[in-house]
Ligand binder design. Structure first.
Ligand code: ATP
Length: 468
């Protein structure tokens, strides 16, 4: 794709997200809040499907992982110990010509001279560190002792709760603590739609282990996480793994892989899988004086566990799901003339609505009653949508555009008017092939549920490395 096509691709996606209620600009009626987004009805369901599936495979289906929901407001001592207060910064530069505030790595370079990407100006300030944390005040007094931070990552609340969770869960190494929650970073230049936001959600696992298991577990979690993206329907060919070179890794990391996705605006990080050694626990031991170590009953050794961290962004993954699903093909309109169809090819597991239910005609009471019956039958199993307005072709098209994988039409055959053998059967339409087949109403829940589960059996969980 050319640069222009990429921009157009992104414009189409942003416009569809707004038009159909996936994602809106926050505080839009007041001019918008830069780098902050609201999820509409469909976006909320898509996001929830993603978070639930992550929780399902990372926590519920494993004996070795437990969950945590830490607070967002964080004691400054936690972030001082973790290094965020002193070093969680981006180098910032101001353009004296157009007053743009830029991240140093965003400058363009013309004939080895750095220029402002906004106005092309060369009159730039020196780079200075800008701390990305949001600071707030707790309580009524405004003295320095009342400072608190909105957490810049969910991970630190896991480290400071390591002892509590270990004591109550009685887990043995290796084991993990998982968390999904909000994080906040005062990004200098939020951009690329939701990709770089100031308020976002993370899905993080801190997987604690013995030091000698670290490198094998890093490889293990990289594999597991790639599989996850395949299971939610992201095409493998658009996923890339970057083995982060030592000079670009955090100084305490013995190995980091970035899982990247080919967005229309370029290849960018979705998730980091990092072997963080025992750095964080050691820092909190030093700063708090509390024993965040582990006693191995079998070997009678006491030591500070190491940790491997797969850290994914919810919003970035939702954006990747949307970009990956967006497609255009052609389909016949009401009169059989071919027209362009916008179709979101979400995997049924992620699709916000799994099945749309259409009575052929809205003014035929028996059709409507039967359609409402089908809706009631499917509702306990999945998110369905009832629609009786407009021509059936238009109704299909509206669902294609939001990625509903199945459409069920209740017609006169369903009522038994064209022969008893067709009574209580419906037309089931597949979004991608647009093929229609006749299915008995009673078989619908299992038929659709099996398609939602699809992709799972082939990709059974990998076994933990043998030394674990
Ligand atoms: P980047 O280099 O893109 O700023 P990072 O390496 O600082 O990201 P991490 O600190 O490793 O990111 O955070 C883990 C994950 O959290 C990222 O892979 C990403 O999915 C998500 N994330 C981080 N910053 C943002 C942001 N500003 N907006 C949305 N998601 C984010």
């Amino acid at each position: 794709m050319s640069g222009n096509e990429n921009t157009q691709g992104m414009e189409k996606i942003v416009s569809l997200c707004k038009r159909r209620g996936f994602i809106f600009q926050a505080s839009e009626i007041y001019g918008g809040l830069n780098g902050v987004w609201d999820y509409g009805p469909l976006g909320t369901d898509l996001k929830n499907n993603l978070k639930q599936y992550w929780w399902q495979v990372m926590v519920r289906e494993r004996d070795d992982v437990v969950g945590l929901e830490g607070s967002i407001l964080t004691h400054p001592a936690v972030l001082k110990a973790s290094g965020h207060v002193d070093t969680f910064t981006d180098p910032m530069i101001d353009c004296r010509t157009c007053k743009a505030r830029l991240r140093a790595d965003q400058l363009t370079e013309k004939d080895a001279v750095k220029t402002c990407p906004n106005c092309g100006g060369k009159d730039l300030t020196e780079a200075r560190p800008f701390n990305l944390m949001f600071q707030t005040q707790m309580g009524a007094s405004a003295d320095p002792a009342s400072i608190a931070y909105l957490r810049p990552e969910t991970a630190q609340s896991i480290f400071v709760k390591f002892r509590n969770v270990l004591d109550v869960s009685r887990k043995k190494l290796p084991f993990g603590i998982a968390q999904i929650g909000k994080a906040f970073r005062n990004e200098i230049n939020p951009r690329n739609f939701t990709f770089r936001s100031r308020e976002f959600e993370q899905m993080e696992l801190e997987y604690f282990c013995r030091p000698e298991q670290g490198m094998d577990l890093l490889a293990y979690w990289l594999k597991e996480r790639i599989k996850f993206y395949e299971e939610i329907g992201i095409s493998r060919k658009r996923l890339h793994v970057l083995d982060v070179p030592e000079e670009e890794r955090a100084f305490y990391s013995k190995g980091t892989f970035d899982i990247e996705y080919e967005f229309p605006f370029g290849r960018q990080e979705l998730e980091g899988v990092a072997y963080r050694t025992d750095y964080d626990l050691q820092q909190h031991i030093k700063a708090s004086g509390k024993p965040l170590d582990y006693f191995d009953e079998e070997t009678k050794e006491r030591f500070v566990p190491h940790v491997v961290e797969p850290s994914a962004g919810v919003d970035r993954t939702v954006l990747a799901l949307i970009c990956d699903a967006y497609d255009q093909d052609t389909a016949p309109d009401e009169k059989g003339k071919m027209e362009t169809r916008v179709v979101m090819r979400f995997h049924p597991r992620m699709a916000p609505i799994k099945c749309a239910i259409f009575p052929l005609l809205r003014n035929k009471e028996a059709l409507v009653a039967k359609a409402r019956e089908v809706q009631a039958l499917l509702r306990p199993h999945m998110n369905v949508f009832y629609d009786e307005s407009g021509a059936i072709g238009r109704r299909y098209r509206r669902q294609d555009e939001i990625g509903t994988p199945f459409g069920v039409t209740i017609d006169f055959e369903t009522l038994g008017e064209k022969g008893e053998e067709m009574r209580d059967t419906v037309t089931l339409r597949d979004r991608d092939s647009m093929k229609q087949e006749r299915v008995a109403i009673k078989d619908l829940p299992e038929f659709i549920s099996s398609r939602i589960r699809q992709n799972r059996a082939m990709t059974a969980r990998t076994r933990l490395p043998s030394n674990s």
